[in-house]
Design a protein around this ligand. Structure first.
Ligand SMILES: Nc1nc(=O)c2c([nH]1)NC[C@@H]1CN(c3ccc(C(=O)N[C@@H](CCC(=O)O)C(=O)O)cc3)CN21
Ligand SMILES: O=c1ccn([C@H]2C[C@H](O)[C@@H](COP(=O)(O)O)O2)c(=O)[nH]1
Length: 264
């Protein structure tokens, strides 16, 4: 995960003071690109403890089209709670847009089902995209999508994926985002009988919150461990049929957790 640490260091050293919506204040840079070859291991940050179970449950929750925190809370994941209303609802965020994007004529589009069918039937397509940036729905969302657009690419039976993340909390959010898309790629590669290629990450406003500076320095003082390996025990009929116990992370060796407050 040296390339993640290089980015963290870059934001720390070159980031410009920038005010932000939350009022916390950030050090910010604009634009950066990283490439993770998934053949070399599962890209979960090792220089602090990251909760793999939170990452799995959050992805299963998105794939279920769910936008209420109840499922996450039932599985001891509380990362979305600060933005939920008193009923646990977050409005039409990722799950809704991935699975039930509402068009002007009232029909719903299942972008995940469609993109997997396209990868299977027309892997050379240049239209293998999923977008969460539904302009007409933005005002109803508790938080605008940060990982807004992703595209798949297949060549020689190898699957790659590129994500555009418009806004990136480099200390708390990014380790989750990288691992989540790597996990999604593992699932889609399995479903489509493809080998794993690169996860490409492109960021827009990449920021370190001012109250994460000490934590970032602590993390940068640590030496990374080799990457863990992801095992999927089962091949369900559809991408929507995976459950938590289908996944195991082998040899995840990590440094102690580093506490940090989330900017709301
Ligand atoms: N400011 C901000 N940063 C984010 O990364 C973010 C948001 N807001 N809002 C929406 C989601 C929620 N996400 C979150 C929220 C909290 C943690 C967090 O507190 N992580 C801790 C502990 C996680 C756990 O125990 O499972 C960590 O140390 O990684 C991470 C991602 C990512 N997103
Ligand atoms: O998956 C996610 C979700 C959110 N974030 C971060 C990026 C920003 O710090 C905030 C969102 O604030 P905006 O004012 O809407 O940009 O959440 C993330 O890094 N990853």
């Amino acid at each position: 995960m040296n390339i993640y640490l290089l980015l963290l260091n870059k934001v720390l050293c070159e980031g410009i003071n920038k005010k932000d919506r939350t009022g916390v204040g950030t050090l910010s840079i604009f634009g950066h690109h990283m490439k993770f070859n998934l053949k070399f291991g599962f890209p979960l940050v090792t220089t602090k403890k990251c909760s793999f179970s939170s990452i799995v449950y959050e992805l299963l929750w998105f794939l279920n089209g769910d936008t209420n925190v109840k499922y996450l809370n039932d599985n001891k994941v509380f990362i979305w709670n600060p933005w939920a209303d008193k009923f646990g609802n977050l409005g039409p965020i990722y799950g809704k847009q991935w699975r039930k994007w509402k068009t002007v004529d009232g029909t719903e589009v299942d972008q995940i089902k469609n993109v997997i069918e396209q990868i299977k039937n027309d892997p050379n397509s240049r239209r293998l995209l999923v977008s969460s940036w539904n302009v007409g729905d933005l005002k109803k969302m508790a938080l605008f999508p940060c990982h807004v657009l992703f595209q798949f690419y297949v060549v020689k039976n190898v699957l790659s994926c590129q994500l555009y993340q418009r806004s990136c909390d480099v200390f708390l959010g990014l380790p989750f985002n990288i691992a989540s898309y790597a996990l999604l790629m593992h699932m889609i590669a399995q479903q489509c009988c493809l080998e794993l290629g690169d996860f490409l990450w492109t960021g827009g406003d990449i920021h370190l919150y001012k109250n994460h500076i000490i934590q970032a320095k602590e993390q940068l003082s640590r030496v990374p461990f080799p990457l863990p390996k992801l095992i999927i025990h089962n091949k369900p009929k559809e991408i929507f049929d995976y459950s938590f116990c289908d996944f195991s992370l082998l040899k995840y060796k990590f440094h102690p957790a580093i506490k940090a407050d989330i900017a709301i």
